[in-house]
Design a protein around this ligand. Sequence first.
Ligand code: UD1
Ligand code: UDP
Length: 369
Amino acid sequence: MRIMSVFGTRPEAIKMCPLVLELQKHAEIDSIVCLTGQHKEMLQQVMDAFHVKADYNLNIMRPKQTLSTIISDILLGMDSVLEEAKPDIVLVHGDTSTSFAAALAAFNHHIPVGHVEAGLRTFNKLSPFPEELNRTLTARIADYHFAPTINNKNNLSNEGVTSGVYVTGNTVIDSFKTTVQENHVYRDAQLNDVIQSDKRIVLITAHRRENWGKPLENICNAILSLAKRYPDYVFVYPVHLNPIVRETVFPILGAQQNIMLLDPLDVIDMHNLMSHSYLVMTDSGGLQEEAPAFGIPVLVLRTETERPEAVEAGTVKVVGVEYDDIMREAIELIDNPSSYEKMAHAVNPYGDGKASIRIVDHLLTDLKK
Ligand code: UD1
Ligand code: UDP
């Protein structure tokens, strides 16, 4: 049984590598990995961390690539890969342009598709952009849908997608087995000093397309004001390699002494740093799943979320992208211990670290039918 996993960006790799490692354990499975290369350095960091090797790499990344170039390059590139490898099924992940394009390429070749992390929805086609449409379209194409939560399964069912849907948990929790280490020594040496200083760490990431421009400026201005207001806190922001993001972030935040602007962190450093942080402020999807598992409160720098589970559990709060709102909510958490304590409890609606095992079990059962 030949199973091809296709992924291309950092978050997909973090969530697909645990599944690839599980597929490799089964003698009856021939596991093949095809990278689209939508990301380059940020993807390689993850492959190295999990010691996963690619069989194919379309290497499509270009500086300031557009959604259309990503999708068309992947569609064309996948043609020859699928013709040569002839997989029995193609697995894609989540909501990136890679996910949608790889699923469509497989469909064009009459190859069944399994969608990992299926059923997340904001119900707003424009936010997150283009991810909400990517995952909705991928659901139309896919034959198997691996939904992290019951809520995700219900979203699919409301769209009429009822067959081949399985609730498995999220493979991001599986990834902690590889990444989270006691007494971790950080590859980025500055981080060892920060951890040893026992200063409170506010961990920040922001990169989303719908936040480019004014929203990201608001976010950065709020971070700068917070850093000035709380000089004993360290604000650590590993900045995405996208030049559009960096051109906004560095001029606003680059000169403040207690703000550390870093290059993207290796996922092992990132998960361990997160587990030692006081507060996470992010527009990322993955961090909303990870930080609650460590009991770290998350302020979501977006106007909505497709991950309501941790919001309902009280550890994640959607604060929007306006300067005043971000300031008010962050100050409340930092100044008011009871508000902080209410949010700071470990919650893990995303599974027990066995999502990959469940997905492989379902694949083995269904593909043998
Ligand atoms: C993509 C996904 C987004 C996901 C994010 C995770 C789409 C449309 N977007 O957005 O859903 O949240 O990845 O990070 O699929 N770059 C590098 N090196 C790298 C990676 C990126 O230099 O290793 C730069 C390149 O200039 C590239 C740019 O970043 O053109 C943008 O990358 P792209 O994948 O188009 O968009 P992301 O914002 O990363
Ligand atoms: N991450 C990382 N290094 C960083 C920033 C993020 O390893 O410098 C990890 C993070 O822990 C999470 C994933 O990357 O697992 C999130 O990716 P990203 O924010 O790029 O995408 P999203 O989740 O928003 O799609």
